[in-house]
Design a protein around this ligand. Sequence first.
Ligand code: PNS
Length: 179
Amino acid sequence: MVRSSNDVRCRGGRLMQIAVCPGSFDPVTNGHLDVFERASSLAEEVVVAVLINNSKASLFTVEERIELLREVVADFGNIRVDSFHGLLVDYCQAHGITAIIKGLRAVSDFDYELQMAQMNYRLAGVETMFITTNPLYSFLSSSLVKEVAKFGGDVSGLVPEAVLNRLQQRLSATMDPQG
Ligand code: PNS
């Protein structure tokens, strides 16, 4: 294969050494999973990093989200799961991560993502790459999954099987018997 002089592939043949896919993942959806899978073919190693944010109410604890993520990425040899608090760029610098990979679902995601990408580059020179979400999942978000599931809607096919089970357990346990 002919390579141009500005070929940016690293020694192992992929574009990047270590990339991070950050997020809340409350819970992980099939849209996230699609991004992880595609990121895993671009980077030698992908770290899925769960933000520890105690000020934001969540359905699943960070430990539960990590457990679910580990279960759903178990078949990928080059994806691991971790958590972080504080600035993402500090986590990147501490772990030798030079790129952030995120999914972009629609134009509505773009403004905020652009702002964050530029800020992260300004703070620490960490690059952000966007993967355009699989159109099958472009409407999908963790919040919407939780809302639909809470009111009894069918979210199968939108989240991994392990998440579906946990979601049903959690929502039936928290359901108010008075309605
Ligand atoms: O899944 P989310 O909640 O949309 O993910 C947002 C996340 C975790 C990627 C973003 O909030 C983040 O990077 N937070 C860490 C704090 C930080 O670095 N803030 C400055 C961003 S420029």
